[in-house]
Design a protein around this ligand. Structure first.
Ligand code: GDP
Ligand code: MG
Length: 223
């Protein structure tokens, strides 16, 4: 049985000083609002409402931690990060994304890998590119091309090729896997589970990046 099927809610973190101590490896899910992130977490963990779909997208700025492994000795955390790119989010919400999720994704030493959800019909948007620039270059990445049931086979394959090519340009030499994914069509769920399990077993790729200095590009929120 995949260890991911043991996922249960652990804690909500609303400010950096509430982040868990203890150094367990963390795998963060990131992506635009409405890209299918919550649905992906639920499908991968085989739980219907582990991650909630928010009624007011873009407004929940907290990080949600889910523990995996034995009840009395968790092995790792999955972390649901707030979606970015919600067009009508007020300025204060964008600032909050920077202060918590942005800082977490850029600096967290326990961050082991990132799962990025991308709508297969949109591919990488400017905000996704900015997120990729924001992450430590050596951080392993799993890209889920979500809602793949919305496209036919030929278009799915074209999307897969396009994203793989873009990734090799955006993050040359970095470990990255790309999967077609659909919760309604039940595509890629088992492969995603295996890929995340493998990421958890692998040693950390590299220390977290230092603070923003020297990074190109802005934050992955609309301005
Ligand atoms: N057709 C289709 N719709 C999906 C799929 N995954 C998510 N959705 C829908 O996309 C919308 C956003 O999903 P959600 O998981 O809440 O996105 P989040 O904002 O990134 O967490 C919801 O209406 C979901 O029902 C999928 O695989 N196929
Ligand atoms: Mg969500």
């Amino acid at each position: 049985m995949s260890v991911l099927l043991t996922a249960r809610f652990h804690t909500t973190v609303a400010s950096p000083n509430q982040l868990p101590r203890g150094g367990l490896p963390e795998i963060a899910f990131a992506g635009r609002s409405n890209s299918g992130k919550s649905s992906a977490i639920n499908a991968i963990c085989q739980r219907r409402r582990l991650a909630f779909a928010s009624r007011t997208p873009g407004r929940t700025q907290a990080l949600n931690f889910f523990a995996i492994g034995p009840q009395d000795a968790p092995r790792a955390f999955l972390v649901d990060t707030p979606g970015y790119g919600y067009a009508s989010a007020p300025q204060a919400v964008r600032g909050a994304w920077d202060a918590l999720a942005g800082r977490y994704l850029r600096e967290r030493a326990a961050l082991h890998a990132v799962v990025l959800t991308i709508d297969v019909r949109r591919l990488f948007t400017d905000l996704d590119r900015r997120l990729l620039e924001w992450l430590a270059p050596a951080l392993p990445l799993l890209v889920l091309l979500t809602k793949s049931d919305k496209l036919g086979f030929a278009q799915q394959q074209a999307a897969l090729r396009a994203v793989r090519r873009q990734l090799s340009e955006l993050r040359p030499g970095a470990a990255a896997e790309v999967l077609l994914f659909s919760t309604s069509g039940r595509t890629g769920i088992e492969q995603a589970r295996e890929a995340i399990g493998a990421m958890l077993s692998a040693p950390p790729a590299a220390p977290a990046a230092p603070a923003a200095a020297g990074r190109s590009g802005g934050r992955p929120v609309e301005v």
